[in-house]
Design a protein around this ligand. Structure first.
Ligand code: NI
Length: 171
């Protein structure tokens, strides 16, 4: 497994609409393993989409468990139902150092394939539901900051630029 570099704004690969997975081969298994390792390496990372490491396949990984031992793999996933719109704090590993409030459904039901290509359906609430929506947005080239007013978006981008500048100084 390899920790991959997480792309940050304004990398155009974050805006790619991904292709559906059709082959559950070793390439896919390696990609999933790399994504899990990359997510677990990131502080507070509860989800990662393939676009964030420059891959254009419809794959995301999520783990919202407290001890980070319950990985979930989403392949060609789609939301079937959603309800209870709430306003939540959100952040993204591709926009590090920033955060803002966005609207999300507090409950979703989704269908996905697992890493062997077997279909499953699951319901999610709270942070888990938020993560599913956030990662599926990524796989269509969307970021949470797209939901913000220009003023708020510019503020988050400034926070990110400052964060990246400080991280570089630390070497
Ligand atoms: Ni994200």
């Amino acid at each position: 497994m390899t920790i991959r570099k997480i792309l940050t704004l304004p990398d155009p690969r974050l805006r790619v609409t991904t292709r559906k997975v059709t082959s559950f081969d070793s390439h896919l298994q390696t990609l999933i393993n790399d994504m899990l390792e990359t997510m677990y390496d990131a502080p507070h990372g509860v989800g990662l989409a393939a676009t964030q490491i420059g891959e254009d396949l419809h794959v995301a990984v999520i783990d919202v468990s407290a001890d980070r031992t319950e990985p979930l793999i989403l392949i060609n996933a789609e939301i079937l139902e959603q309800k209870n719109i709430v306003t939540l704090d959100e952040a993204c590993l591709s926009v590090p150092g920033g955060g803002a409030k966005v609207k999300r459904a507090d409950w979703v039901k989704f269908r996905s394939l697992d890493r062997e290509g077997k279909s499953y359906e699951q319901e999610a609430t709270g942070l888990f539901a938020e993560a599913v929506q956030h990662e599926l947005d990524h796989l269509d080239g969307r970021l949470y900051i797209d939901q913000l007013s220009k003023l708020k978006r510019d503020r988050v981008i400034k926070q990110m630029e400052k964060f990246l500048r400080l991280s570089q100084n630390q070497l």
